[in-house]
Write a new protein. Structure first.
Length: 277
């Protein structure tokens, strides 16, 4: 007896036209850029089945940075980088602007959360051995992000232009000035002159709002690209070898090692193919 499968109900012409109108912008964008397919791959790519919540520290750090970027843009609409009006503009944001106290509080305390999450994320990467081959470059990018993120916090601390911000910046610049050889030049550059003044505030504001955020965005883009290309590292207790999936896609010589000058291989990468490692 033949089994017949039920036919799917045909969509009406109106529904087909509506779906075509909705998907047309996405199809237009995908055909010309490939962004839709890239985003789909990023969101639905395969990851090891034994990952846990510790692997979300990177996403949490990225979220904290995006919060800092959004709240920073809002604050920049009202802040005035001038010694005579900087502190009063901060008071205006806190007391007069609608929800200004909330935005400033999110930006102020979010800076500390951003740095703390970066330390936690890097500690997880170090303890899991995720900095090893083939992810050394991503580790270097992460270290640069940590250093630049701390510079972002340092340059933003002066902007309220109160006593705490002023003297904390004096201490910070003096510490940088003690660096060998380049110390005096760094201090001179940060001050914008012989002492902290209007040029210092303008310089810190430009670094905090333009140069450093641009560098962070660029490094985050490179960081995410390397994560997508190399994959997510399994925990140390995992049976799966860290980097083995990536290695299988590369050129492997007859003796089971990766072709190259030094021929490095991740642990158990050969053993997964049924050979003796």
């Amino acid at each position: 007896m033949a089994v017949t499968t039920p036919r799917r109900p045909r969509k009406s012409a109106r529904r087909q036209q509506l779906e075509a109108a909705i998907t047309y912008p996405l199809d237009w964008l995908e055909e010309r850029s490939g962004l839709v397919g890239g985003i789909r791959y990023f969101l639905f790519r395969k990851v090891p089945g034994d990952v846990n919540w510790m692997q979300t520290l990177g996403s949490a750090t990225l979220t904290a940075f995006l919060v800092q970027a959004i709240t920073g843009v809002i604050l920049a609409m009202y802040y005035k980088p001038d010694p005579k009006t900087a502190y009063s503009s901060i008071q205006h944001i806190t007391n007069d602007v609608t929800l200004g106290w909330l935005v400033r509080g999110m930006h102020k305390w979010g800076a500390s959360i951003f740095i703390i999450l970066m330390f936690f994320h890097m500690a997880r990467v170090f303890l899991f051995g995720a900095y090893k081959y083939p992810r050394e470059l991503n580790w270097i990018v992460g270290v640069l992000l940590l250093a630049i993120g701390m510079m972002e916090g340092f340059t933003g601390y002066l902007l309220p232009w109160d006593q705490t911000a002023y003297w904390a910046t004096v201490v910070g610049i003096n510490l940088n000035g003690t660096a060998p050889i380049l110390g005096p030049f760094i201090a001179q550059f940060l001050r914008g002159g012989a002492e902290i003044g209007p040029d210092t505030l303008a310089r810190f504001y430009s670094l905090h709002m333009l140069l450093i955020p641009g560098a962070i965005f660029a490094l985050i883009g490179l960081h995410l690209y390397l994560v997508i290309r190399l994959g997510v590292t399994s925990p140390p207790w995992s049976r799966e070898a860290a980097g083995a999936d990536w290695l299988e896609e590369q050129e492997v010589s007859t003796d089971g090692h990766r072709a190259g000058l030094t021929r490095p291989t991740p642990r158990n990468a050969v053993g997964r193919r049924g050979e003796v490692s």
